[in-house]
Design a protein around this ligand. Structure first.
Ligand code: FNR
Length: 387
């Protein structure tokens, strides 16, 4: 089958590009401004070498660890992504099912297209909800209560989106609100009827977790975007993190910070972990690659808190490098979205299988039998980098 012939994440990306109308593929694939940070997130991994131990008996490899207080089968989690139904009709359920099958942690976005209650009822396995602090604090408090009731294990608070990033591919394609599609975009939609026909029925655009707010206002789908756009609060500060940590009282990671100082502040405010992330290069262009920040963040936090390296991971060996530098785990966004677009749940399954196989093979080749035994000496900066 097509998916079986995908040998790596880059192959799945090519399949996704074929399956989707170009503007939708570009929405997944693109980043902010010049996409410097987007590119840097991945290429930064090539600045590190893996230093193997040989003759260490690697007949039993162990990848299990714990994240957000939950046991997981490998140090890889699925990052929250909004609007997932645009990429495949099975949307978040397909992604969460594949994650659960592999024993991996799944995170659902506030801007996802499946209600958090429906997701929790349909799919077992460790689950985190990605939350924003909205202007309407009542809406955020409501999410906290809903997540508790539905049995989510943790929260990830995204803090790198005080305003929307400048995604120029979306502008060029006319993927804006309201849409200003170019002829080229329209032709691309027409050439992908299996994507476009359901979209015409409107079933692809639904922020399922917040739509009740807009229903209450008796407004249409466009107002939903307006409502959400208007809900981002530029005045957020660390105080709000303290408030959320107290309101939730469980495992909480601050997602989207970059420095050791901010990581310490997050833990000081009651977070139990951090996701070192620049939103996959979709927000602040010019921000450093997460992998280059991991050692400093771990150094500042000591052994306890979860440190998650989020962005640019395309190979199992990337995960090993991040762990050797001090990460608890890595988080992936586009790799599973390419799989989802290419083949629904089977495509996500393929992406996860590939990454886990690569991770196990890299461990064996590096002579390390357990992810917990990866040390700083297993990785070396190629250039004279201060880490
Ligand atoms: C995202 N990301 C994201 N993050 C978040 O906190 N809330 C969200 O709703 C979304 N939505 C979203 C949509 C799409 C299409 C992408 C590609 C990404 C960011 C995501 O959680 C993660 O930080 C990055 O995807 C990680 O980088 P890689 O793995 O894509 O390189």
């Amino acid at each position: 089958r097509r998916l079986d012939r995908a040998n790596n994440i880059a192959d799945l990306r090519r399949l996704a590009r074929r399956a989707l109308p170009r503007p939708i593929f570009d929405y997944i694939d693109g980043g902010a401004d010049d996409e410097w940070t987007l590119a840097r997130n991945s290429t930064a991994f090539t600045d590190y070498e893996l230093i193997p131990d040989v003759l260490t008996d690697v007949s039993a490899i162990r990848t299990a660890t714990s994240l957000f207080g939950q046991p997981v089968s490998a140090p890889v989690m699925l990052a929250p992504t909004g609007l997932t139904r645009m990429f495949h009709p099975e949307a978040e359920l397909a992604v969460a099912r594949a994650a659960a099958k592999h024993g991996l942690l799944y995170s659902l976005s506030t801007l996802g297209t499946t209600r958090l209650e429906d997701l929790a009822a349909a799919v077992g396995g460790p689950k985190v909800f990605q939350i924003y602090i909205f202007k309407d604090r009542g809406l955020t408090a409501e999410f906290v209560a809903r997540c508790k009731a539905a049995g989510f294990h943790g929260l990830a608070l995204t803090v790198d989106t005080p305003v929307a990033g400048n995604r120029e591919r979306d502008r060029v394609n006319g993927l804006s609100l309201p849409p200003k599609l170019t002829w080229k975009s329209i032709l691309s939609f027409a050439a992908h009827p299996s994507w476009s026909l359901p979209a015409l029925r409107g079933s692809r655009f639904d922020f399922a977790n917040v739509s009740h707010k807009v229903d209450a206002l008796a407004a249409g789908p466009m107002s939903l975007f307006d409502y959400i756009g208007g809900q981002f609060d530029r005045s957020l500060t660390w105080r709000d993190v303290e408030w959320l940590a107290a309101e939730w009282g469980g495992p909480l990671a601050v997602k989207g910070l970059m420095t050791a100082e901010d990581a310490k502040r997050a833990i000081g405010c009651g977070a139990t972990g951090v996701m070192v992330s620049n939103h996959g290069g979709r927000q602040l262009d010019g921000a450093p690659a997460p992998i280059d920040q991991i050692a400093a963040v771990r150094g500042a936090l000591g052994d306890g808190p979860d440190v998650i390296c989020d962005g640019g991971i395309r190979r199992g060996s990337d995960v090993i490098k991040a762990l050797a530098l001090g990460a608890t785990a890595c988080s992936i966004g586009r790799p599973y979205l390419y799989g989802l677009a290419a083949g629904g749940e089977a495509g996500v399954d393929r992406a996860l299988t590939l990454l886990i196989e690569e991770l196990e093979r890299t461990l064996a080749l590096a002579g390390v039998i357990d992810v917990a035994k990866l040390e700083r000496r297993h990785v070396r900066a190629r250039r004279n980098m201060a880490y």
